[in-house]
Design a protein around this ligand. Structure first.
Ligand code: BTN
Length: 233
């Protein structure tokens, strides 16, 4: 479609009216793009903005699904453009330490329905507002030329299909290992900002359930399930 408030809402409405797993909504521009933790997501023309309806049997693996999706997007960028795309916990994709893609997993479980809307936003050929230029980048500025959104879309969908199948087959350890391989977070000192406060420590590893394990200066291991991290060095 051309413009909508959020592809997440369009996909949600479609899922509610029975859309099957795998239905994808893509828009050229979002008026009210939604990011994680209730934030705005700037989605102007030239980017790739999409939401996918998934109907998993269990909702236990939401954290893993978002890590897996980040791996799927990072691999698509790496394969298509030979760019060193990396994943930042929980589910950002970075190039040159700047955010190029974000993922939003929204799960809806009620007695009458249950589905997940997986949102993916990639800065491709779009212009970024000045206030985002220090922390975000676009694929066009990384490679110095327009990038085919169609090829990227197809590659991302192919990769999502693959990681989702692995999750369903109980092969989460494969996904976690890929995430570790492309991680820009592990092995660094990080500051974690959660709803409960701020903590700093060494990003040691991710756990089987997708939590980030931080080792504080006092030697305590803390598992983080939600929040933002800042890479310190
Ligand atoms: C984040 O990093 O905070 C997640 C950003 C997710 C943005 C995508 S763009 C397509 C889909 N529709 C939305 O409104 N948001 C997601």
């Amino acid at each position: 479609m051309d413009v909508c408030d959020s592809t997440q809402d369009v996909a949600f409405a479609l899922a509610l009216s029975g859309a099957s797993e795998g239905v994808v909504v893509v828009a050229e521009e979002l008026r009210l793009g939604r990011g994680r933790m209730g934030r705005r997501w700037v989605a102007s023309r030239g980017g790739l903005w999409m939401s996918i309806v998934l109907r998993p049997e269990s909702f236990r693996n939401m954290q893993l699904l978002s890590l897996a999706s980040a791996v799927a997007v990072a691999k698509a960028i790496r394969n298509l453009l030979s760019v060193d795309a990396r994943v930042k916990w929980p589910n950002d994709v970075l190039v040159n330490d700047k955010k190029v893609a974000g993922i939003l997993v929204e799960g809806y479980a009620k007695t009458s329905y249950n589905f997940v809307v997986l949102g993916i936003g990639v800065n491709v050929n779009n212009d970024l507002p000045p206030d985002l230029q220090n922390t975000a980048t676009t694929l066009k500025s990384v490679v110095g030329a327009e990038v085919s959104r169609k090829s990227l879309l197809l590659k991302i969908l192919e990769n999502i299909d693959e990681v989702y199948a692995k999750l369903k087959q109980g092969m989460a350890s494969d996904i976690l290992n890929e995430w570790r391989k492309y991680s820009s977070t592990l092995g660094r000192m990080v500051r974690v900002v959660t709803r409960d406060g701020v903590l700093e420590g060494f990003a040691e590893d991710i756990e089987d359930d997708g939590a980030l394990r931080i080792r504080t200066r006092e030697g305590e291991a803390i598992r983080v399930y939600e929040g933002d991290i800042i890479h310190l060095r």
